[in-house]
Design a protein around this ligand. Sequence first.
Ligand SMILES: C[S@@+](CC[C@H](N)C(=O)[O-])C[C@H]1O[C@@H](n2cnc3c(N)ncnc32)[C@H](O)[C@@H]1O
Length: 511
Amino acid sequence: MGRIHVQKKNPKAIENEEKKGTKTKMSGSERSAYFARRESAKILKVVLEGDAKRCALASIKSLIYKPSVRNKKATFAIICQTLKHLPIIKHVLDSSSILNSKWKRQEELIYIIVYDILFGQAISLVGDAEKYLVRHKEALHSSLKQLMIQRKVKDVKQLVALHQVPDVSLPRYVRVNTLKLDVDSALLQLREKYSVQKDDLLSDLLILPPGTDLHDHPLVKNGSIFLQGKASSMVAPALSPEPGWEVLDACAAPGNKTVHLAALMKRKGRIIAYCSYNVTMIIDHFHFVLLPFKLNSSSDIQALNEDFLNIDPKAPSYSKIQAILLDPSCSGSGTAATRLDHLLPSKAEGQDTDIERLNKLSAFQRKALEHALLFPAVERIVYSTCSIHQIENEDVIQSVLPLAESYGFKLANPFPEWECRGLPVFEGSENLVRTDPAKHGEGFFIALFARKDETTTPHNSTRTRNLQKKKSIVPFIRPNLFNMWLYGQLNRHGCMDKCCSGRHRRDTTTD
Ligand SMILES: C[S@@+](CC[C@H](N)C(=O)[O-])C[C@H]1O[C@@H](n2cnc3c(N)ncnc32)[C@H](O)[C@@H]1O
C-alpha cells in the first residue's frame, strides 16, 4: 500500500456547500433513513452516556423496544452495527480531524453516518450531517487505510475481527402464560408464522429461531406469552410450589417470576410478593404485571411495596409460608449479552468488574438468604441470580450452608439432568445449577434448599427421570471460563487475577 494523502477542504467552502444542500427535497426512502439515523442517535447517546458513567438507566434492548421507537428493526441494526465498529470509527474520526465543535456536539449521529460511509451501504445520505461527512469521505477512507497499515491487516474484515465481540445468535425462547393460554394453543398459533419447538426441560417453554421478533405479536401484547429466556424460566419450576401453598416472592419486581409461580400453582394458594425499589416506573410495572391476577377469588397475589429484610418472619401472617423465591438484586453479569451489553465500550475494554459493588451485592444476598431461612414453616427456598460471578453464587451458598443445615435444610437438586453445575468449591456444589451465557443465552445460578425429606426433586420431568441414572454430573460453566477458574487464572470475582492483584478484597464477613 502506497502513501496516503488526506485532502482537506477549506472550512468556509464546506459550510457554504452544506447550507445549499439542506434545501433539497427528500424521497420516501431518504426520509425514513434520515429519521432512523436520528432516532438511533438519540438511543445511542443514552447508551454511551450510561456506559461512560457505568450507570445505565436501561439496557440497549429495552431502549430500542420502547413503544415510542418507530422503526425498531432499523434502529436495532443501526445501533448494533455502530457499536460493533465504534473503536474503529472513533479512531478514524480522531485521525482525520474533520469534526469541528458543531459536529462534535452530535457525535452519536456522526458515528452512525460514518459507519454507513465506511462499512455500510452509504445510501440515502441526505441531511446536513450526512452531506458534511460525504464531502469528507476520502479523508475518512484514508484514515481507515492508515489504521489498517498500523494494525498490519490486509482488509477491513481483518480489522473488524481484531475488535470482534461475541455473536449472540441464540434461539428466541417464549414462556407460555398458562394462566391465559395452554401450551398447545400457543404452539398452534405461533406455528402459523414461525418454526416452533417445545423445550424438553420446561413444559411451558417454546423455542423459536434466533432473531425472531415477537415484540408486536398479539400473544405478547395480550400477555399470553412472555419473551423470557430459558434460564430465567427455570427459577420458578426449581421451587415448584404446590397448588394451595403459601409462597413468598422476596425480591419480586418487576414480577415475571411471581406470575410464573401463580401459573405453576394453578391459581390456587397465596403469593406475597415484595418489591422494595422506590422507583415509580418499576413499581408501576410490577403492579401492571400482577394486576390481572390480583383479584382472582381462588388465588391471591398480594404485591407489597416493602423491604423483605424488614419483615418479621415470626409474625403470625407468615406462619404458613411454605416456599420462598429469593431472586435478589445482583450484578446482572449473566444477562449482559441478551441486553447487548457486550457491545458497550466499557465491556470491550474489559473494565466491567467493579469489585466493590460485587462485595456489597454479595453481602446483601447473603443477608437476604439468611433472613429467608428464618420463616418457621418454609420447606423450600430457591436462591437465584443472573450473575456469573462466584462471589454472588457459590460463595453465598457456601457461607449460608452451615446455618441452613442447623435449621434442617439440605441442598436439593432441582434439575438432575442439567449438565451445567455449580463450581466445585465445596462439597454439595454439584446440586447447584448454572446456565452458560454462550450456550443458553443467559448466565443464571439457581440453588434449592429443601427441608424435611425433599431428596427427590420437585421438578421431575420424564426426561429427568430417564436421564437421572445415565448422566454423570460435571461442574460446568463455559469451558474456557471454567478452565481459567480451574487453573487459577480467574478469581472468585470472575476476573483475571492480574486485574484484582490484591487491590480488591472481599468483605471479611463472607470469608
Ligand atoms: C433480580 S430483580 C428480581 C426480578 C424478579 N424476580 C422477576 O423475575 O421479575 C431483584 C429485585 O429485588 C428488588 N429488591 C432489592 N432489595 C430488596 C429488598 N430488600 N426487598 C424487596 N425487594 C428488593 C430490586 O428492586 C429488584 O427489583
